[in-house]
Design a protein around this ligand. Structure first.
Ligand code: ADP
Ligand code: MG
Length: 257
């Protein structure tokens, strides 16, 4: 992977975070799912988010592309205030790509069509342009030869790489991953992680919810540990794994390592 992943230069002043969450609180009914979230992410930063099931990891990253709204606090993504105006949701979705545990490909569309749909519909690209872009990213995730197949004809690992290519076709500045390898057979985990490592090496800003601690150690600039809707601890991987400070972090690491 050689071409830079972020082809759109960001217009942020030097040193400004590309994501800033301040005092974010979110409830589902009476249940508080996010509590006092303050989080700054710098352009190019690679963040791994981990924590027990139900701790709010998915909700946290879904707030960043406004798949979820919050009741209190402020979320600014690349200068776009998500908590200000509803129309900002569309603007931010063009900047933030997301990859889910279940690949969420359209089963009735070919791989190529899966990749060209959003660029044609929401960015107004002509078909030829969208197809050229799709082939570029399918080549990048090393499955250009699958372009005319349907999702069900591909392995799980291949489908997840298509999902990554499809997100990249919107030329996002930020990529969010929500447990992208959790639904994969073990032998397919590596090919997806390798694709993500390639993106990281190209300088993509990434937030990855994952329990792949090998990936966290080798790729993350920062590991964030969540419990009960709060960010309990965050540190560079050496410190996070070598000297976790909180009892909850130690317990969690004890269970998964
Ligand atoms: P994680 O990704 O860390 O497993 P989630 O962010 O998915 O956690 O969920 C955090 C908590 O919020 C869980 O207790 C979950 O049951 C609850 N939750 C998630 N989505 C909803 C929803 N749409 N309505 C009500 N509760 C929800
Ligand atoms: Mg989750």
């Amino acid at each position: 992977m050689s071409a830079p992943a972020t082809s759109v230069p960001h217009l942020l002043p030097q040193g400004e975070p590309i994501i800033r969450m301040t005092g974010v609180q979110k409830w589902y009914g009476k249940f508080k799912v996010l509590s006092d979230i303050d989080l700054d992410v710098q352009p190019g930063e690679r963040i791994v988010v981990c924590g027990p099931s139900g701790s709010g990891k998915s909700t946290l990253i879904r707030c960043i592309n406004r798949l979820e709204t919050v009741q209190q606090g402020r979320i600014v993504v690349d200068g776009i205030d998500l908590t200000a105006a509803k129309r900002n949701a569309d603007a931010v979705r063009r900047e933030v790509g997301m990859v889910f545990q279940q690949f969420n490909l359209f089963p009735h569309l070919t791989i190529l069509q899966n990749c060209t749909l959003a660029p044609m519909r929401s960015r107004g690209l002509a078909r030829e342009e969208a197809e050229a872009l799709a082939m570029k990213y399918l080549t990048r995730v090393r499955i250009p030869e699958q372009a005319n197949k349907y999702p069900s004809q591909l392995s799980g690992g291949q489908q997840q790489r298509v999902a990554i290519a499809r997100a990249l076709c919107m030329t996002p500045k930020i990529m969010l991953f929500d447990e992208p390898t959790s639904a994969l057979d073990p032998e397919m985990v590596k090919e997806v992680l390798d694709t993500m490592i390639g993106l990281a090496e190209d300088g993509m800003t990434m937030l990855c919810v994952t329990h792949e601690m090998g990936f966290a150690r080798s790729v993350a600039d920062r590991v964030i540990f969540m419990a009960d809707g709060q960010i309990v601890e965050q540190a560079p991987p050496e410190q996070f794994f070598g000297h976790p400070r909180h009892e909850k972090t130690r317990q969690f690491l004890g269970q998964i390592l």
